[in-house]
Design a binder for this molecule. Structure first.
Ligand SMILES: [Zn+2]
Length: 406
């Protein structure tokens, strides 16, 4: 029966839930068979009337009629209140319907039974945590999963739930400590997640003005995971705010070296540099090196911004043309072209550039998608807002231009 409960731990997305319900139904049938055999052996047969409702309930689950299933299972437990599986199924059905109060009462009913098997009680406690979570009672969910962890310290599923709640509460230090525990118990790629938690810890320090703590968190993140783009970006920001411009630029440059597809994030940082830095030589060197490494549309646009800032209008327009040749839907480049032309008093040409821009508006140049769940965020996010996985959101091809431009 263990696998039966395992199934129901899964998150309540429609497909997974349906799979879980089918598995549950199969589990229930098997469980019923075992119970029946045991019952016969113990000369304690289950009343037929209860079993009829139990089977009807399963049929309703299979035809996805949760309300009728609930009704039948309720009849079943009224006839035979010892059938734990039916209670578990009822609790899960109530949770999936959003009737959290009822689901919680059912778990408590299971947990409080004096003769209950330890594993079943533990699973009911875990289910109670899921009920609280679904109901939005994050603190109660957290303490419930922590109780599961105290009783069973190697329970990775409980630790994963705890980590997720800490992430939602933005308690990044505890999220980090929890992931560290998970990394000791389960195989897998934990370093990139640990690094993100450290970066988030660093950002909080940064917001509070605790700059040396922020610095050490970002560095710790980088030593945990060398490809942690977010750590380089924010460490660079720290240097930049401290007017250590060369250090800032060499830190941002690491993004170009380590994770070239996210180079555009480093370029965005440079846009703030022009108004702050007096000597732009490090920026120029950086962009020259970048254009030797990869001459993509982003690099041309970054060069255009640099040249425009240096009053080299023709040079800037040439770079924009190169960017648009590589990527005609790159609307940021078109918009910049329009801005330059307007500033030059070339209204007609600017109008033409903006007209092209409007045609491209429905096709954003930068598009992102989660590799795990398919979610399409408007902006790059390190943690998917839908499936909560880290580093699963990537650039996707936009109108056949982006990948060619890389
Ligand atoms: Zn996702």
């Amino acid at each position: 029966m263990q696998s039966l409960w395992q199934w129901f731990v899964l998150p309540g997305t429609q497909q997974i839930l349906l799979a879980a319900i089918i598995a549950l139904a199969i589990g229930l049938i098997i469980g019923w068979g075992i119970r029946r055999n045991k019952g016969l052996r113990l000369k304690k047969a289950i009343p037929d009337k209860g079993d009829k409702s139990f089977f009807k309930g399963i049929q309703y689950i299979l035809s996805n009629d949760h309300d009728q299933a609930i009704e039948e299972f309720t009849k079943s437990v009224q006839v035979n209140s010892d059938t734990i599986e039916t209670y578990v199924a009822l609790g899960n059905l109530y949770r999936s319907k959003g009737d959290i109060d009822r689901a919680i009462r059912i778990r408590q009913n299971i947990i409080l039974r004096p003769t209950i098997d330890k594993q079943i009680a533990l699973q009911a406690l875990f289910d109670l945590g899921l009920d609280y979570r679904k109901g939005g009672f994050l603190n109660r969910a957290l303490s419930t999963f922590q109780k599961v962890g105290q009783k069973d310290p190697s329970n990775v599923k409980a630790l994963q739930e705890i980590e997720r709640i800490y992430e939602e509460l933005k308690d990044w230090e505890n999220a980090f400590l929890t992931r560290a525990k998970i990394s000791r118990l389960a195989k897998g790629d934990h370093d990139h997640i640990l690094a993100h938690h450290l970066v988030e810890v660093g950002k909080l320090h940064q917001q509070r003005g605790e700059l040396s703590e922020a610095n050490s968190s970002f560095n710790k993140a980088i030593s945990t995971h060398k490809e942690c783009v977010d750590a380089y970006l924010h460490l660079g920001d720290l240097y930049f705010a401290n007017q250590e411009y060369k250090k800032a630029i060499s830190t941002w440059k690491k993004v170009v070296e380590k994770v070239p597809q996210f180079t555009f994030l480093a370029y965005r940082r440079l846009e703030g540099a022009y108004s702050r830095m007096q000597n732009l030589k490090p920026v120029e060197d950086f962009l020259k090196e970048c254009s030797e490494l990869n001459s993509d549309a982003f690099t041309h646009l970054a060069l255009a911004r640099y040249l425009y800032n240096e009053n080299d209008i023709e040079g800037a327009l040439t770079e924009i043309s190169s960017a648009l040749e590589l990527a005609p839907t790159f609307w940021e480049a078109r918009r910049f072209k329009g801005e330059i032309l307007l500033a030059q008093g070339k209204e007609d040409e600017a109008l033409a550039a903006y007209r092209e821009l409007i045609q491209q508006l429905s096709m954003p140049y930068l598009r992102f998608q989660c590799k795990q769940c398919g979610f399409l965020p408007k902006e790059l996010q390190w943690q998917c807002p839908q499936c909560k996985n880290w580093d699963t959101i990537d650039l996707i091809n936009s109108g056949g231009t982006l990948i060619e431009a890389q």
